[in-house]
Design a protein around this ligand. Structure first.
Ligand SMILES: [Mn+2]
Length: 415
C-alpha cells in the first residue's frame, strides 16, 4: 500500500498580510491531487494542523472540504488528526458519517485511539490516530484517569501502552507532537508555534510502531530512525524557509519490515525571495527583474535612515508580491531559531509566555491594544471553566495558541 504523509497544511494561513487560502493553498491542492493520481496512492495521511486557527475562516473550510471531496471521489482513504492549531471538536464534525467514505478524522482524545485496519494480502496495516495531546488531557477521567502524568513523554507512553495493539500488524501512528531523538531537537522553522523544551517526547516512545507520521515541525525530516518522520508544511510559510526544498513524503508499505520512503517534488505556486540593498538599489533591481510573478518578496533595507514611503514605493515596482519590508537591523532578529531556544518557559509569567508565542506566530510584538485584549480575555476565561486551564496550571503550548486565536478573532470582530 502507498500513501502520502502530509502535515501542517495550515489552511487559512496568512503570509504577512497576504491570505494564502484563495491563492497558493488553492493551487497547491490541485497540484497535490495530480500527484495523488500520478502516484496512485491508496491513502492520504494528514498529521495535524489542517487549519491555522481553531475557528477557521470560511475560505479555509472550503479548501479542506474540496480536498476531502476530491479524495473521496477518487476512492482514496484519508486519515486525519487534529494538531495544536485545530479544534478537535470542529475538525471532527460529522466524522462518523465520513467513515462511510473511508475518511477517518480523529476527534477528542479518548482511552482507545481511533484505529483502522487495512488488509493487503496477508499483511494487516493498522493506522493509529493520536490527536494532539498534553499531559492533563491524557490524565483526564474520560481518558486514562491518572494524575501522575507530569510530562508529554509520560502521557504519550501511557496512552500508547493502553492500546490493544497486535504486534504482527504493520502499525502506523499518526501524531502531532514535539518529538526528539535522544535529546536532539529537530530542525525548526520560524513558522511554527513552538517554545523549546516544551512538550518534548522522545522518539523511543514510538518503538512499537513501524512508521510514525508526524506533524508539528515545519521542516521535513526524520527523527531518530528513517521511519519516524515529520512531513513538513507543504508550502512556504515563512521567509526563513527560503532555502528549504518542499516535497511530498511518499510512503510505500511492502511489508511490516519493508517500508520505503521517497520525497516527491511538486511545483510550488510561488517561491520566496529575499532581496537586500538600499531603497534605490532595490527599486532599480525590481525594474530589471523579469520573473516577478514566480515569487513573493521580502525586501531588507540597508539604508541608515529608512526613506519615507519605502513600502509604497517598492510596491509600485514589485506589486502585491512584495509582502514585507524590514530594516537590516531587524533582519536577523528572530525568536525561535535553534540557537535562541527558550528552555524554561514554565518559569515565565503568562504574559511573558504569551508575548513569546505571539512573536513566533505573528512575527511581531503584541502592542498595547493586544495586551489589553489579552487581560480582558483572561479575566473572562478565569470566570468560566472548561475550555481553559488558566485557573489551574497554564499549558503554554495549548493555552497561548488558544489565546492568540481568541485575540486575533477579537481584533477581526472589532472587540
Ligand atoms: Mn503547524
Amino acid at each position: 500500500m502507498k500513501f502520502f504523509h502530509l502535515g501542517d497544511l495550515h489552511f487559512g494561513k496568512m503570509l504577512h498580510q497576504q491570505s494564502m487560502a484563495e491563492t497558493d493553498q488553492k493551487d497547491w491542492i490541485e497540484t497535490f491531487l495530480t500527484a495523488v493520481d500520478q502516484y496512485q496512492v491508496d491513502a492520504v495521511v494528514i498529521a495535524g494542523d489542517i487549519y491555522d486557527r481553531k475557528v477557521p475562516s470560511p475560505e479555509a473550510m472550503r479548501l479542506f472540504d474540496h480536498l476531502l471531496t476530491e479524495l473521496a471521489r477518487r476512492d482514496r482513504m484519508v486519515f486525519v488528526i487534529p494538531g495544536n492549531h485545530d479544534s478537535s471538536v470542529r475538525l471532527s464534525h460529522v466524522s462518523e458519517l465520513l467513515t462511510s467514505h473511508q475518511i477517518y478524522i480523529a476527534g477528542e482524545l479518548s482511552r482507545e485511539m481511533m484505529h483502522i485496519t487495512v488488509r493487503e494480502g496477508d499483511q494487516r496495516i493498522t493506522f493509529w490516530l493520536m490527536p494532539y495531546l498534553f499531559p492533563k488531557a491524557v490524565g483526564d477521567p474520560a481518558v486514562l484517569d491518572r494524575d501522575d502524568l507530569g510530562t508529554y513523554d509520560e502521557a504519550a507512553r501511557a496512552l500508547i501502552a493502553a492500546q490493544k495493539m497486535d504486534p504482527t500488524d504493520c502499525n502506523i501512528l499518526v501524531a502531532h507532537q514535539n518529538v526528539l531523538a535522544s535529546g536532539a531537537a529537530p530542525e525548526h522553522s520560524e513558522s511554527e508555534t513552538i517554545i523549546g523544551g516544551l512538550g518534548e517526547i522522545d522518539c523511543s516512545a514510538f518503538d512499537a510502531f513501524d512508521y510514525v507520521a508526524l506533524g508539528h515541525i515545519h521542516n521535513a525530516q526524520k527523527v531518530g530512525r528513517e521511519t519516524i518522520r515529520y512531513a513538513g508544511c507543504p508550502l512556504y510559510y515563512d521567509f526563513s524557509e527560503i532555502n528549504r526544498s518542499k516535497a511530498l513524503t511518499l510512503v510505500t508499505v511492502q511489508s511490516k519490515e519493508n517500508i520505503q520512503i521517497e520525497r516527491v517534488e511538486i511545483p510550488m505556486p510561488h517561491r520566496l525571495r529575499q532581496l537586500s540593498g538600499t531603497l534605490e538599489e532595490l527599486l532599480s533591481q525590481g525594474i530589471m527583474l523579469k520573473d516577478k510573478d514566480e515569487y513573493y518578496f521580502q525586501c531588507i533595507l540597508t539604508d541608515k535612515h529608512v526613506p519615507p514611503r519605502a513600502m509604497e514605493r517598492l510596491r509600485e515596482v514589485y506589486g502585491e508580491r512584495l509582502l514585507n519590508v524590514k530594516r537590516s537591523a531587524e533582519a536577523n532578529y528572530s525568536t525561535n531559531t535553534p540557537g535562541s531556544v527558550i528552555k524554561d518557559a514554565s518559569r515565565m509569567s503568562l504574559e511573558e509566555q504569551f508575548t513569546l508565542f505571539y512573536q513566533s506566530r505573528q512575527n511581531e510584538l503584541p502592542d498595547g491594544e493586544q495586551e489589553r485584549l489579552l487581560s480582558r480575555i483572561m479575566e473572562q476565561q478565569e470566570r468560566r471553566s472548561g475550555d481553559f486551564y488558566l485557573d489551574d496550571k497554564f499549558i503554554p503550548e495549548k493555552d497561548s495558541a488558544e489565546l492568540i486565536d481568541l485575540l486575533l478573532e477579537g481584533m477581526e470582530d472589532g472587540i
